[in-house]
Ligand binder design. Structure first.
Ligand SMILES: Nc1ncnc2c1ncn2[C@@H]1O[C@H](COP(=O)(O)OP(=O)(O)OP(=O)(O)O)[C@@H](O)[C@H]1O
Ligand SMILES: [Mg+2]
Length: 235
């Protein structure tokens, strides 16, 4: 198993944000985590990338991640595209992308990965010397995803990639994410847009109040009455 989480819990002081969460991601799989505001989605991704301490089983390729700091987790192949993008707005597109490769020394492979990012998001190649603050929200999200890809992840963590983005760009971004998976990268994506998540993910977990409620294939959850009512607004 690529990522295996069992009974994982996170607290902020006395407030419990995640409780006994169990979740798996197989090699190359696309898994989505659905849930409303405050459910614990970002906390879960931060726990995996070791930005937030957690207790419970947290294993990547059979090895516990607990002993490792965040930068070492990147080196193992887990790259996090965080909520709010966290770009450097006054730096160019290229400089922001290259920050994702900061642990790497393999110049020719880095150049090849830049070409992959430009293939996914051609607009970034056109804007490569432009400072990021002048891009649209959707284009900034492309930079954030591109930066995470520059770490050459085998597991890409995406935190609400579609939030605040115009409909047309949103479709483009979800299509690019699907192509990233087809290229062999496993994806764990937190998302509130249930319809899009169910369309592109293989499997889905529903996180509510820090706990996993339902889980199943996208097809199963897409026809589940509770999911249809609470997340798709139908039925
Ligand atoms: N740094 C923090 N300190 C204290 N409490 C926090 C902190 N970060 C998150 N929380 C709390 O933990 C819970 C889970 O928050 P989290 O950000 O993980 O939810 P989320 O599902 O990502 O929500 P959203 O969809 O709004 O991004 C919430 O109750 C939130 O208020
Ligand atoms: Mg969040």
């Amino acid at each position: 198993m690529l990522l295996e989480i069992d009974k994982l819990s996170v607290s902020y002081g006395k407030a419990v944000a995640l409780e006994d969460v169990s979740l798996r991601v197989a090699e190359g799989e696309f898994v989505a985590v659905l849930g409303p505001n405050g459910a614990g989605k970002s906390t879960l991704l931060k726990a995996i990338s070791r930005a937030q301490p957690a207790i419970g089983k947290l294993e990547f390729r059979g090895e516990s991640l607990h002993p490792f700091p965040a930068h070492a987790v990147v080196g193992k192949g887990i790259c996090h595209c965080p909520e709010g993008r966290r770009l450097f707005p006054e730096l160019t597109v290229l400089k922001n992308l290259m920050l994702g490769a900061y642990l790497r020394r393999d110049a020719s492979a880095i150049a090849a990965d830049l070409a992959v990012v430009y293939g996914l998001f051609p607009i970034l190649q056109e804007r490569v010397e432009q400072v990021v603050s002048t891009l649209s929200g959707g284009q900034q999200q492309m930079v954030a995803i591109g930066r995470a890809l520059m770490g050459r992840p085998s597991l890409l963590l995406l935190d609400e990639p579609s939030v605040g983005i115009a409909h047309r760009l949103k479709i483009e971004i979800f299509d690019a994410i699907k192509r990233i998976q087809k290229g062999g990268t496993a994806i764990l994506m937190a998302e509130q847009d249930a319809q899009s998540a169910l369309r592109i993910a293989d499997r889905v977990y529903v996180l509510e109040h820090g706990r996993i409620g339902r889980e199943g294939s996208s097809a199963e959850l897409g026809s589940d009455d509770y999911i249809r009512q609470a997340y798709l607004g139908v039925g």
